[in-house]
Write a new protein. Structure first.
Length: 334
């Protein structure tokens, strides 16, 4: 399922909360059950348990006690971090694309993931991080094909090469070609190559500075040292800095469109408000409205009962959008 991480910079004491946003096609009962999920996270070490609980509630197979069910769903787990984050940013982590069905993933699962990914990356305001594994055949990566479909100009797609430490010895030169954007799968904004901490480093809970130092050493020792990689595109710090610049440029580019959309919404809302009847905020207003209806009904039926077919009267069933009815002469016909 998609996982949204929302960072909100604030002077308030840091708080981390988790909630489930149900997919619109869920039934009312299922939607209500999922919306009840809420977790206050005191420490990031609690995240695995929160994710497991959310997946179990969504009905995912092999989450909690679920032995059956789908492998993927389109509900969203939203994790919100408020505090001294340093920036306002939303990151959405999506499941990896599946090319074909298997014993573990059905054809429906394949279509669910494809639909899920499309719904996010087709939005013009989304910056796409196309993550490809260093050991995979890049030319056959579905995400590269999708980005070229939805981002034809290539102005919002950044390639990220993951797991360079897990490739076969001797294949570094092939990965280096991709990192230099010289392979067949080229991107307008190119590729970046970070190295994540090893499982041992994760268990040791190394700090950010030590992580960066280990990463720097990895790429500046053989065999990567001989690949003449662009130092500005290697490491998580370089990727973070590049994404901040890209985000600033993207926001500046999209702001005029946002302003125009807001103006259009204001115009539409104003027209809708003008089309509403007069406001009746109090009980006295409601009584006055009902009294006027009764008087109009009386003025309509009295001439009819007395056989006066030529008296000017109120048309009880007509409305001009603001008043209850309009007055005009007409003959009543039985």
């Amino acid at each position: 399922f998609p996982t949204e991480v929302i960072l909100e910079d604030s002077d308030e004491q840091e708080s981390i909360t988790a909630a489930i946003i149900p997919h619109p096609l869920r039934s009312d009962q299922a939607r209500a059950r999922l919306q009840e999920f809420h977790a206050n996270i005191q420490d990031y070490s609690q995240l695995p348990q929160v994710i497991s609980s959310a997946g179990a509630l969504m009905g995912l197979r092999e989450y909690g006690d679920n032995l059956t069910g789908p492998a993927f769903v389109e509900d969203v787990l939203r994790i919100k971090v408020v505090g001294l984050t340093g920036l306002h940013l939303s990151i959405v982590y999506l499941p990896g694309l599946i090319s074909t069905a298997s014993e573990e993933q059905t054809e429906e699962d394949v279509q669910t993931v494809q639909r899920m990914v499309d719904s996010y990356i087709q939005k013009s305001r989304t910056i796409i991080l196309a993550i490809v594994q260093a050991g995979s055949d890049i030319a056959n990566q579905s995400i590269i094909r999708k980005t070229k479909q939805y981002d034809r100009a290539g102005q919002r797609t950044v390639g990220v090469i993951s797991k360079p430490d897990l490739i076969n010895r001797g294949t570094e030169s092939r990965v280096a070609l991709l990192a230099k954007n010289q392979d067949t799968a080229k991107l307008q904004l190119g590729f970046y190559m970070p190295k994540n901490p090893t499982p041992t480093e994760m268990e040791q809970a190394i700090v950010a500075n030590q992580r960066s130092a280990n990463e720097y050493q990895f790429f500046h020792l053989s065999p990567w040292r001989e690949q003449n990689l662009d130092a500005g595109r290697v490491g998580i710090d370089k990727l973070r800095g590049a994404l901040q610049v890209l985000l600033d440029q993207h926001v500046e580019k999209e702001l005029p469109n946002v302003r125009e959309e807001i103006r259009a919404m204001i115009r539409t809302t104003g027209q809708d408000l003008l089309g509403l009847p007069k406001e009746r905020p109090t009980l006295a207003h409601l009584r006055m409205y009902l009294s006027e209806l009764a008087m109009q009904y009386h003025s309509l039926t009295s001439p009819a009962l007395s056989g006066d077919y030529h008296t000017t009267h109120v048309d009880f069933f007509a409305t001009n959008g603001n008043d209850i009815g309009v007055t005009r002469p007409r003959a009543l016909v039985h």
